[in-house]
Ligand binder design. Structure first.
Ligand SMILES: [Zn+2]
Ligand SMILES: [Zn+2]
Ligand SMILES: [Zn+2]
Length: 255
């Protein structure tokens, strides 16, 4: 099945540049060193869906010219993945329909807390109109795309990765169990989070992500959720093994 994939954001929770930072990455003139918070957009003739709606959601929708949206699929409830949800109001306005959102129970709890007014019985005009679908690991469809869930751990928090055809997207993980890794094998395009070089309690480092990428053996692997501490895009990218690259905002792929 044809799917066009656009990286809407490839940065860690602070984004790159980080506010107040004067390091070589944060002051770089290379547009690839500018990273909004991590999200991707999948679309084909029938379906348009984004994975995560972080604080940059509104600008990402404008920048990538996302004219229609059938759903938002969440990986987990951290602020850098959910904070922009309120701005689905524009799509509600244009279609006069709810937006389908897909989240596991933990993430749903966060969404109901952070956006309590959207779930309240006291509805008033202009609120986000959401239709929530609770996930527990089952396959599900958004339009004509089938999502398979890959369960990962982000320190102690369960984070959902997704496989759509031969495209797998995993962010904010630092552990993938062997049986979950099996589900990823055969992917043509694999996206994995790789925060920086130094160890982190809840994210893969670049070398850990490379090791997983080798094990999965996708045709092409892209790394995302990148911190300014990883280094300049161009320099880090040049040193990566064959078939691996850093993602960057605006990168577009076809499956
Ligand atoms: Zn994150
Ligand atoms: Zn910096
Ligand atoms: Zn997170």
């Amino acid at each position: 099945m044809f799917v066009n994939i656009t990286f809407l954001g490839t940065g860690t929770s602070q984004g790159v540049p980080m506010i107040g930072c004067t390091c070589a990455v944060c002051t770089s003139a290379d547009p690839k060193d500018n990273r909004l918070r991590s999200a991707v957009w999948l679309r084909n003739e029938e379906t348009s869906v984004v994975i995560d709606s972080g604080p940059d959601f509104r600008y990402q929708m404008l920048r990538a010219k996302v004219q229609t949206l059938d759903g938002i699929v969440f990986t987990h409830g951290h602020k850098d993945h959910v904070a922009g949800l309120d701005d689905v109001r524009a799509y509600n306005y244009w279609t006069q329909k709810d937006i389908d959102i897909f989240a596991n129970a933990d993430t749903e709890t966060v969404l109901r807390r952070e956006f309590h007014y959207a779930f309240s019985n006291l509805q008033y005009p202009g609120l986000p109109q959401l239709k929530i679908h609770t996930l527990s690991g089952q396959d599900f469809e958004v339009g004509n795309l089938t999502f398979k869930t890959i369960k990962t751990l982000h320190y102690k928090l369960e984070v959902y990765g997704y496989r759509i055809g031969d495209f797998t997207y995993i962010t904010d993980a630092n552990y993938i169990a062997p049986e979950e890794l099996e589900k990823i094998k055969g992917s043509k395009i694999l996206v994995l989070n790789a925060l920086r070089h130094e160890e982190h309690i809840s994210h893969f480092t670049l070398s850990q992500a490379i090791a997983i990428a080798r094990e999965v053996g996708a045709t092409q692997t892209y790394f995302t959720h990148i911190s300014h501490q990883l280094g300049l895009h161009e320099e880090v990218n040049r040193e990566l093994p064959e078939g691996m690259a850093l993602a960057y905002d605006g990168l577009t792929l076809n499956l």
